[in-house]
Design a protein around this ligand. Structure first.
Ligand code: NDP
Length: 321
């Protein structure tokens, strides 16, 4: 146990954010993590050496994640060594809801501050909106008002960093017009099947760190990168697993990655990505995988083909893909 806590302090385990804080290069994802994410969180932190846990109000697992965090702290891990990310859901995307949502998250997670609070998706949904939304369920969004409230949380030390997720270049540019506190992190779908180079470049240009979500290609209905020929070839050559190749690829692009697993062997496997590298030629080959396609298009969540305002997946992504 103590060993894991020691090794995770190595420099290559972290990226530095524009705020000066550090984000661990590998975190545990908790979406679709079933009924016992507390066990996965405990295993990840205490047995595998993870320090970053990624969750969201929308995943419905805050309380269980909180139990896992508490158990890890009881086992001797210090709160200040953990990096806890959660996200503001679309029905809370109005200035008057931000603080309420944060307070709920802190209470459910049993912590008194967050390391990172992200806008989950840049769309405001009516509470209890259907999937896909019915007419009138996608509401007007006051992004400037929301961001101001997020900025206040940083000033009050309730949140160390604030950031965004599922943004386009257009939406990022708009945010940067009025942001007084820069978004430290942009979380985006990224893996060799959806490199998302355009957003990666836009973030780099602005000093915003990128976290790759669904780095393994996601779960149900996702892309099976684990059995992709190119990934398997590199894995075999380097004597690593496909999962490790995918996480390492993300890190070598300068992004942190948050693979999800509820199996302890895989949780341990997915963080075995330090102290070795994917050689350039193989890295480049993985950057050329064809059929670039998003797994998480947002269609079910936001598109109403008849009534809009988002009538297609292209509308969700501002026609940038
Ligand atoms: P991942 O790309 O992390 O893939 C998870 C799937 O891969 C699960 O089915 C898991 O199964 C399986 N898996 C995990 N490790 C291995 C391995 N070593 N070998 C083979 N299979 C493996 O998908 P997610 O979509 O969950 O993305 C990761 C995290 O990113 C989420 O959990 C969430 O925290 C975040 N996220 C954020 C989003 C956003 O909008 N900001 C959207 C989507 C995700 P098993 O559990 O059975 O091991």
């Amino acid at each position: 146990m103590a060993q894991a806590a020691m090794t995770v302090q190595d420099e290559e385990h972290y990226f530095t954010l524009v705020s000066g804080h550090r984000i661990p290069a590998v975190g545990l994802g908790t979406w679709r993590s079933g009924s016992w994410p507390d066990d996965s969180v405990f295993t990840a932190i205490v047995e595998a050496g993870y320090r970053h846990i990624d969750t969201a109000a929308e995943y419905g697992v805050h309380e269980q994640v909180g139990f896992g965090l508490q158990a890890a702290m009881k086992a001797g891990i210090r709160r200040e060594d953990l990096f806890i990310t959660t996200k503001l859901w679309c029905s809370d995307l109005s200035p008057d809801r931000v603080r309420i949502a944060l307070n709920n998250a802190l209470q459910e997670l049993q912590v008194d501050y967050l390391d990172l609070f992200l806008i989950h998706w840049p769309f405001h949904l009516k509470e209890g909106a259907s999937r896909p939304p019915k007419e009138g369920e996608v509401l007007e969004l006051d992004m400037e008002g929301v961001w101001r409230e997020m900025e206040k949380l940083v000033k009050e030390n309730l949140v160390r960093d604030i950031g965004i997720s599922n943004f386009t270049v257009k939406k990022l540019d708009n945010l940067l017009r009025f942001a007084q506190t820069m978004p430290s992190v942009c979380q985006m779908e990224m893996h060799p099947g959806w490199r998302n180079d355009k957003m990666l470049e836009a973030c780099r240009k602005n000093g915003i760190h990128v976290t790759a979500y669904s780095p393994l290609g996601s779960s149900e209905g996702g892309r099976d990168l684990i059995h992709d020929e190119a990934i398997e070839r590199v894995a075999k050559k380097l004597k690593k697993t496909p999962g490790q190749i995918l996480v390492r690829w993300a890190i070598q692009r300068g992004t942190s990655a948050i693979p999800k697993s509820t199996h302890s062997e895989r949780i341990k496997e997915n963080i075995g990505v330090f102290g070795w590298e994917i050689p350039n030629e193989d890295f480049e080959a993985l950057c050329r995988i064809p059929n670039q396609k998003r797994v998480l298009s947002g269609e079910d969540l936001f598109v109403n083909k008849e009534a809009g305002p988002l009538r297609s997946v292209a509308d969700v992504w501002d026609h940038e893909d």
